[in-house]
Design a binder for this molecule. Structure first.
Ligand SMILES: Nc1ncnc2c1ncn2[C@@H]1O[C@H](COP(=O)(O)OP(=O)(O)OP(=O)(O)O)[C@@H](O)[C@H]1O
Ligand SMILES: [Mg+2]
Length: 258
């Protein structure tokens, strides 16, 4: 199996924990989704989260942001027990940014209006708001789409808009649920570069889950593989793709990143 060649020069290894999920169990009705799961996200790392459909990846993002309560266990962010902290307090106190798997924008507002709305929530100063929006418009090449209603954007354009909206408040912890889905090859590359740039300049921690495993593994410092409610493998991208359990339960024998 080919080893993963990263397109960046530096990779980050910081063992200071920023988010910890401790002995988490989650049920929907009586169906158990996560079982005594333990997961740490380190400061300034890009963590890839992989696992089969329905294993609980989006649920984990919902637990971190507070959109879903745990049945058992604790969520610790920056050393603070947030298990019972409301969503809005988590977002502002710890500067969370979330790109949900679906939705995340207001369909009847234009692309520019969606960006403006989020900027008005997070940034007091009008000049700063305009500066931030202009920067994102240029970075994501939105110039010709500013007045198009969100509902008329293509699938990939919508995803790019939601990602740009998540970056408006300069998050310190960025959670990306399938950011590469629906994006074309060059846009994926652009997004990978934006993520790596944020990591080195803004020192943010990023968690990405995506089924585009090769793109994900090229971007992350560390990856975890989930199966049957638990983390079954954790390590560098090269370590997880050669892990026996990860191969059996997620990658299969044919997985190749080239
Ligand atoms: N609100 C809900 N009510 C009932 N069951 C739910 C709810 N939300 C999620 N589930 C169940 O929890 C499990 C985990 O769902 P989740 O969306 O976290 O999976 P995922 O790993 O993100 O999957 P995918 O790769 O398909 O996005 C699934 O079996 C799903 O049916
Ligand atoms: Mg999901």
């Amino acid at each position: 199996m080919a080893l993963i060649k990263k397109f960046r020069i530096k990779s980050y290894k910081n063992n200071e924990t920023i988010v910890e999920l401790k002995n988490i169990s989650v049920f929907y009705n009586k169906r158990q989704i996560l079982e005594n799961l333990n997961l740490k996200i380190n400061k300034q790392e890009i963590l890839g989260m992989l696992g089969p459909n329905g294993v609980g990846k989006s649920t984990i993002f919902n637990l971190i942001t507070g959109l879903k309560d745990v049945n058992y266990g604790k969520i610790i962010i920056n050393g603070v027990d947030c298990t019972n902290l409301p969503i809005n307090e988590r977002f502002t106190k710890f500067k969370l940014g979330l790109v949900p798997q679906y939705g995340g924008l207001i369909n009847d507002l234009s692309l520019k209006e969606n960006l403006t709305l989020v900027s008005e929530i997070h940034i007091k100063e009008k000049n700063m708001r305009n500066f931030k929006i202009e920067k994102l418009v240029s970075q994501f090449e939105f110039e010709s789409l500013l007045n198009i209603k969100a509902k008329h954007l293509s699938g990939g354009q919508k995803k790019k808009l939601v990602i740009a909206m998540a970056l408006i408040n300069d998050p310190k912890i960025l959670l990306l649920d399938e950011p590469f889905a629906a994006l074309d090859i060059l846009t994926i590359k652009m997004l990978q570069e934006i993520i790596l740039n944020l990591q080195s300049t803004e020192e943010i921690s990023v968690v990405i889950c995506d089924h585009q495993a090769a793109d994900l593994l090229k971007t992350c410092d560390r990856a975890v593989i989930l199966s049957n409610g638990k983390v079954i493998a954790s390590g560098s991208p090269n370590e997880v793709i050669t892990d026996k359990d990860a191969k059996n339960q997620y990658f299969g024998d044919e997985f190749n990143i080239n």
